[in-house]
Design a protein around this ligand. Structure first.
Ligand code: ADP
Length: 244
């Protein structure tokens, strides 16, 4: 069996206003797995990603490659885990793309030549070579999404957490994104309502509703289960419905 990258046991999170967003989540993912995280609005998907990245301090146990997600390990966790926010404008805040992508490696205390190498590599990975001096807020939505992914790839994370990565992309940018993610061997947890994309990218899916994992298994089995999907406010994606 492959080494687990994500190990989550009995994870719960309550927002300060008393909203129970996660209620005892258990989830594991092996190295190299691409796991889809699906569920209706408000299920707790974004909260789970924020807890795994150490942004929110949850109760229970969560670890990434054996490193416990805790306040004490916050810096190390940020280095191991790359969270790509739903809105790239939350991730890109520097006047030049180079500086946004260099931000993580600089925080990892790499020396300037290593930082430049990381930036060049990450921009090449997402097809933005030569755009170093562009202002991130002038990029197209598809380019912004790729730039946001580059900011985390530059840190060489063990785990990529993606929150609605295909949101607001036109069909061609969405296709490029799917091809980009397909070509990466890094372990991923991908929260999305774009179930056609999840079918293409993920062999495995965890279905979250009201803060609990209600199903976890092969993507085709879970997403083609009409009654399960219906009970949790989802629809069988067209690509699977047409096969039945
Ligand atoms: P999803 O990503 O699946 O749509 P979220 O993780 O955003 O779900 O939300 C889970 C639950 O937590 C929802 O009930 C939502 O209203 C609540 N929630 C999200 N963010 C906050 C917040 N900052 N304060 C209070 N409640 C929140």
């Amino acid at each position: 069996m492959c080494e687990p990258v994500i190990e989550i046991e009995s994870l719960s999170y309550r927002y300060p206003d008393g909203t129970d967003a996660l209620r005892g989540v258990d989830l594991q993912a092996e190295s190299g797995a691409k796991v889809g995280l699906v569920g209706p609005n408000g299920a707790g998907k974004s909260t789970l990603l924020l807890c795994l990245d150490g942004f929110l301090a949850a109760d229970g146990r969560a670890s990434v490659r054996g490193l416990s997600v805790s306040k004490a390990n916050a810096k190390a966790i940020r280095s191991h885990v790359g969270l790509v926010f739903q809105n790239p404008d939350d991730q890109l805040f520097m006047p030049r793309l180079f500086d946004d992508v260099a931000f993580g490696p600089i925080n990892q205390q790499l020396d300037p030549p290593q930082v430049r190498e990381r930036v060049a590599e990450a921009l090449a990975d997402v097809g933005l070579t030569g755009m170093d001096d562009r202002a991130p807020h002038h990029l197209s939505m598809g380019q912004k999404r790729n730039a946001a992914i580059a900011t985390v790839l530059a840190m060489k994370p063990d785990l990529l957490l993606l929150d609605e990565p295909s949101a607001n992309l036109d069909p061609r940018s969405r296709r490029h994104l799917i091809d980009l993610l397909t070509g990466m061997s890094i372990t991923m947890l991908i929260a999305s309502h774009d179930l056609d994309m999840i079918v293409q990218l993920c062999d495995r899916v965890a279905l979250l509703d009201a803060g609990r994992i209600v199903a976890d298994g092969a993507t085709a089995d879970i997403l083609s289960d009409e009654s399960l999907m219906d009970r949790h406010g989802l629809e069988v994606p067209a690509v699977l419905a047409s096969r039945t």
